[in-house]
Design a binder for this molecule. Structure first.
Ligand code: IMP
Length: 446
């Protein structure tokens, strides 16, 4: 039997590129969706039967009956946030049982992670990252410090009690000394988390085994990235990054599926750029044009509601994302947000200290020296929300997409022109190369 196809979906910018929508399209024919990094700092908005969901931890496959969703070992899991999300999905009639699995090796976020993060973010003299305050960074710190609690340990009551008692003692002392934080009650925490453990137990298994077996049996798997390339702990705008491997390499370490089993990497980019939180953003617009993009694109964080910073498309960063992730296909989202413009500036290159450079700086202070070189592309000044084919797009919009292809070396396989499932253009070669032969245009689905 041939092994199943696989594709990694990765954010090519700073997250919020609309990865949820492409996962939704792929699950028409892909059988499994595996999330590989991050935690409930991520968020994508999905609307089913007029009801809006913000999925934070649960992979997008859950909304497709019969599709298996996996939370991989690379994810940091807040058990309470997970149970809350599952309860709201159940309330909406989503079939959860038998369709959702959590890795026994995923790390657990506990209340002291949030305590330490809040303390550090507000402490004078510390670099303020502008995190989502979910305890993500401190949970990954404990993982790398080899003092984390994994899901398998959460289910082991005796171990859980000892872990919480020891960790609380230590974190309370550190929190008090460094940030004057109020101490956390270990008994209360043990009660709450041992209750949660019982509810989580039915979802827990060895998901590396599950995924490798599924692929060996010919099932197709989508690896769902969270955040984006420029928020990756190694390759992003460090230290203004998240604490996990958001790039395609994370799909391997974050699920236990070997690199030799990855077929395709699909990068998702908006037709412009956004970022939430602090840190470098070379093509940022701080004027009314930026405000206009924010309003037209409804650029407010799905998790924290914070306004997103906005700017023009940055091709040097997109080329960098292509190189780091091995992107062969790009999905361009929110093209319609540019519909009103007669002229669209695009950053085509960087100058640092007056010299053109193809390199992306390693230091945050290096980004401050960047002078963006812009090329003005003709706008189309025509609505695109109802267009369903590439040929149906206005010529300048097609030229905008072709320009992106030429500059990045990746093909554009899908274009999103609105928030609804049906506001999607699928390029036939993308459909056939991904083996999505039976894929129907989302509009044609029930
Ligand atoms: P953390 O992931 O909460 O530690 O936050 C680190 C940085 O990543 C902050 O700038 C956050 O705003 C950003 N971030 C984390 N998750 C997301 C996301 O899903 N979309 C966009 N930005 C994110």
């Amino acid at each position: 039997m041939n092994r199943g196809r696989t594709a990694v979906i990765v954010g090519a910018q700073w997250g919020d590129e609309g990865k949820g929508k492409i996962v939704d399209v792929l699950t028409q024919t892909f059988s499994v969706v595996a999330r590989y990094a991050g935690g409930h700092n991520a968020g994508h908005t999905v609307i089913i039967n007029g009801k809006k969901f913000i999925l934070q931890l649960v992979p997008g496959g859950i909304l497709r009956p019969g599709c298996i969703s996996v939370i991989g070992n690379g994810v940091v899991l807040d058990p309470l946030a997970f149970l809350k999300e599952v309860a709201s999905l159940r309330d909406a009639g989503v079939q959860i049982d038998g369709n959702l699995f959590i890795s026994n090796r995923a790390q657990v976020i506990l209340p002291y992670h949030r305590m330490m993060e809040l303390g550090a973010e507000n402490a004078p003299g510390r670099v303020k990252i502008g995190t989502t305050s979910r305890g993500i960074g401190p949970a990954y710190e404990d993982k790398m410090g080899r003092r984390g609690l994994r899901v398998a340990d959460l289910l082991d009551t005796a171990l859980l009690r000892t872990h919480i008692e020891n960790a609380c003692r230590e974190k309370n002392m550190i929190g008090h000394a460094l940030f004057n934080s109020d101490p956390l009650d270990a008994d209360k925490m043990f009660k709450e988390y041992s209750d949660a453990a019982q509810k989580i137990a039915p979802f827990v298994c060895d998901t590396a085994l599950l995924l490798n077996q599924a692929i060996a049996e010919g099932k197709s798997v989508v690896f769902e990235g969270a955040q984006g390339t420029m928020l990756d702990i190694d390759h992003g705008t460090y230290p203004f990054v998240t604490s996990s491997s958001a790039t395609s390499g994370g799909a391997v370490t974050g699920t236990g599926v070997p690199p030799t089993s990855i077929d395709t990497v699909i990068g998702i980019t908006k037709a412009y750029c956004t970022r939430v939180g602090g840190g470098p953003f070379p093509s940022e617009l701080l004027d009314e044009q930026g405000e206009d993009l924010r309003k037209r694109g409804n650029e407010f964080g799905a998790v924290t509601g914070r306004p997103r910073r906005t700017g023009w498309l940055d091709l040097p960063l997109l080329r960098y994302a292509g190189m780091i992730n091995g992107i062969s296909w790009l999905v361009v989202t929110k093209l319609d947000v540019l519909d009103h413009l007669t002229e669209i500036p695009v950053c085509v290159g960087y100058k640092i200290d007056g010299k053109a450079t193809a390199e992306v700086p390693a230091q945050a202070c290096g980004y401050e020296k960047i002078e963006c070189l812009y090329r003005k592309m003709p706008g189309w000044a025509t609505p695109t929300q109802d267009v369903r084919t590439l040929e149906g797009l206005p010529k300048p919009a097609r030229e905008y997409l072709t320009f992106i292809e030429k500059e990045t070396g990746a093909r554009v396989g899908m274009i999103s022109t609105g928030p609804d499932r049906e506001q999607t253009i699928l390029v036939p070669e993308f459909v056939s190369q991904l083996g999505l032969k039976e894929i129907k245009s989302p509009a044609a689905r029930a």
